[in-house]
Design a protein around this ligand. Structure first.
Ligand code: PAF
Length: 286
């Protein structure tokens, strides 16, 4: 079944008036891969109908980032949506989403300035602004986001709570290649040697998880050791951060800790910015 494709707000409103029962939205920037397909399957389990949005949001890219070269593969994306039985694809142009220069945007607050927000200033303001616009336009009952972007997911949950947005936010687990590399639309930028170096992110997280029983310092030390090798490799990893954070505030955990945490890592290999994370549970205090 080919999904209905809405390009304008009018087409979206018309298509939306025809959807029956509850609706789950999967917001994407296209270049769909198996990770997105798992979000669509989660959407199908969460609601009667499934919508996917495809929009490369200029507001969340900083100067010098990859907005211009971000992969745009709409024909293949539409095929993937059709194969997953998606009911509605909203694929607006820039003019539809931003008819004029936006004057009022979302400010992501303190969580938007730490970890990935510190590495990419303004990124989370732009991301939250487009997510709120998509939620207002599509009016889903449920919206699905990947846990691979753990800080993004935490910030969307916070925005929805703080601004009383009437939608349920559901997170879906990260999908990985058999060798551990987290799926990302940006993986297609990587050459074979770059991909080899990039694998260090997932390996570092696993090494950290293996040291869980010894506490936060041991987790960070084990992950750092793997990353240090990748920083010395050819091509090298340019590490942006490795942090252990609280899953809902993204404040750094220093010293002993009890309960849940996220081990998050990011870096560049060549010109490609990659992020990954692993949820951890320290149980009783370490
Ligand atoms: O995760 C993404 O692909 C984007 O940040 C999102 C949520 C679609 C907003 O542009």
């Amino acid at each position: 079944m080919t999904p209905i494709v809405a390009r304008t707000r009018e087409e979206l409103a018309q298509a939306r008036s025809k959807t029956e029962g509850t609706l789950a939205l999967v917001p994407t920037m296209g270049a769909l891969h198996e990770g997105h397909l798992s979000l669509m399957r989660q959407a199908r389990r969460s609601a009667d109908a499934v919508a996917v949005s495809v929009f490369v949001n200029p507001l969340q890219f900083g100067p010098g980032e990859d907005f211009d070269r971000y992969p745009r593969t709409f024909a293949a994306d539409l095929e993937a949506c059709a194969a997953e039985g998606v009911d509605l694809v909203f694929a607006p142009t820039r003019e539809v989403m931003y008819p004029g220069e936006p004057q009022v945007t979302i400010k992501s607050g303190p969580m938007g300035e730490v970890v990935e927000g510190a590495a990419r200033p303004g990124h989370f303001d732009g991301m939250l602004t487009v997510v709120l616009k998509l939620l207002n336009l599509v009016r889903p009952d449920v919206a699905i986001f990947g846990e691979k972007d753990a800080q993004q997911l935490a910030m969307i949950r916070r925005m929805v709570a703080d601004l009383n947005v009437p939608v349920e936010i559901v997170g879906a687990p990260t999908v990985r290649e058999p060798d551990g590399l987290a799926l990302s639309s940006r993986n297609r930028y990587l050459s074979v040697p770059e991909r080899r170096t990039a694998l260090a992110l997932a390996r570092a997280l696993r090494a950290g998880a293996d040291a869980l029983a010894s506490g936060p310092d041991a987790v960070l030390a084990a992950a750092r050791a793997v990353l240090a090798e990748a920083e010395a490799a050819e091509p090298p990893l340019a590490l942006d951060y490795l942090v252990l954070v609280d899953p809902s505030t993204f404040t750094e955990i220093t010293g002993p800790h009890a309960g849940r945490a996220v081990l998050a890592v990011a870096g560049r290999v060549g010109a490609t910015h990659l992020i990954d994370n692993l949820p951890l549970d320290f149980g009783k205090e370490h």
